[in-house]
Structures are given as C-alpha cells and as structure tokens.
Write a protein that binds this ligand. Structure first.
Ligand code: FES
Ligand code: FES
Length: 199
C-alpha cells in the first residue's frame, strides 16, 4: 500500500500541523531553519512520475503524494523554488502550473503530471517574466531574497492577464506572497515598471 510522503529525513523533526495533516509532510529543522535532504533510496510506494518542467519531461521516482516543491528541490536539485511554510500560507514556493500560480508545497506530483510546470529557473525565457525580472533588478527589490522567487512568479502571472494593474489589483494578486523584509513598496513599483515595459 502506498504510504504518504514521509518527507526528507534529518535528526530533528518539525511537523507542520496543516501540511502534515493533509499531506503527511514532515519538515526538518536545523539551527532553527527549515532544511531539505535529498532522498537517497527508493521507498515503498514510490513510482516513476513524469513531470514537464520548463518544457522538458523529467522523471521523478517518488510517492505520488510528494509535493512538487520537494520533487523540485530534493529529487531534481532545482532549488530556486523556496520552502517557507509548507502549508500554502506564504507563497515562497510559487510555481506556475499551466501558467497559473500555484503553491508547490501543497500540490502533489500526481496532480502535476501531464501539466506544464514553470519554475523561477526558466521564467526569464518568458517575455513577461523577463520584464518582471528586469524591473526587479532596476528597483533593487530583494533584501534577504528568500521570498523573491515566489514574488516574481506571482507578479508574472498577474501581468500575463492584466497589463495595467492598479494598486488594488497588485495587492490582490500578491496578497498571498509574504515578505518578512517588507519589500512590498518596491515590489509594487517594479510591477508597474514591468507593466510599462510590456505596454
Ligand atoms: S512554502 Fe508553500 S506557501 Fe509557504
Ligand atoms: S526579501 Fe526577505 S523575505 Fe522577502
């Protein structure tokens, strides 16, 4: 019987109450910070899942309940997408699924198979994503940077459907992306600059 995804294994364990209940995800904490560990052997319930990531089919040998975030970071070593809360609360893990922003920490690979996943590593290949990244650089948006890949993914998704977002549109689209460094004003300015570039 397929067991739920047990998550990366390290000495100290922290159970995210929301994620662990819904997805049986465990999160390791070292020195007070969440960390991930690469899975080094096949486990009971693992199956081969093909994920289309940034235009390429990639094989992931994992439990189907594994969140896309862990498949990216642990199985494929694509660490641009960040882990924050593991419970769809912070937006750090945002990727695009068929051009729609989703929280990869709560999206199982079984639901992403056969869909188009885009991550921060390839967003520059997209016209809108490139405009967003250029604007981010111009406004020197990041502080610590941890939340910023998720911010860029959400901003790109917004500008794909709304080329002239108001402050309210930006606030609504970006409300699920938390920045503990408080870069919100620069994020808003950068989105407006990117919109002007794309006009
Ligand atoms: S890590 Fe996915 S929303 Fe926070
Ligand atoms: S730049 Fe530090 S959390 Fe956003």
């Amino acid at each position: 019987m397929a067991a739920g995804y047990a998550g990366p294994r390290r000495a100290k364990w922290f159970l995210s109450p929301v994620a662990s209940k819904k997805y049986n995800v465990r999160t390791a904490v070292e020195n007070g910070l969440p960390v991930t560990a690469r899975k080094d052997k096949k486990e009971e319930g693992d199956v081969m899942v093909t994920l289309n990531i940034n235009g390429r089919d990639m094989q992931v040998d994992a439990d189907p309940a594994t969140p896309v975030l862990w498949a990216l970071r642990d199985n494929l070593n694509m660490t641009g997408t960040k882990f924050g809360c593991g419970a769809a609360l912070c937006g750090a893990c945002t990727v695009h699924l068929n051009d729609q922003p989703v929280r990869s920490c709560v999206t199982p690979i079984s639901a992403a198979a056969g869909q188009q996943i885009t991550t921060i590593e390839a967003i520059v290949n997209d016209k809108v994503g490139k405009a967003v990244q250029d604007a981010w650089i111009r406004h020197d948006v990041p502080q610590c940077g941890y939340c910023q890949s998720g911010q860029v993914m959400s901003a790109t998704a917004l500008l794909r459907t709304n080329r002239k977002p108001s402050d309210a549109d930006i606030d609504a689209a970006m409300s699920g992306n938390i920045c503990r460094c408080g870069t919100y004003q620069r994020i808003r300015a950068a989105i407006k600059t990117a919109a002007e570039t794309l006009a």
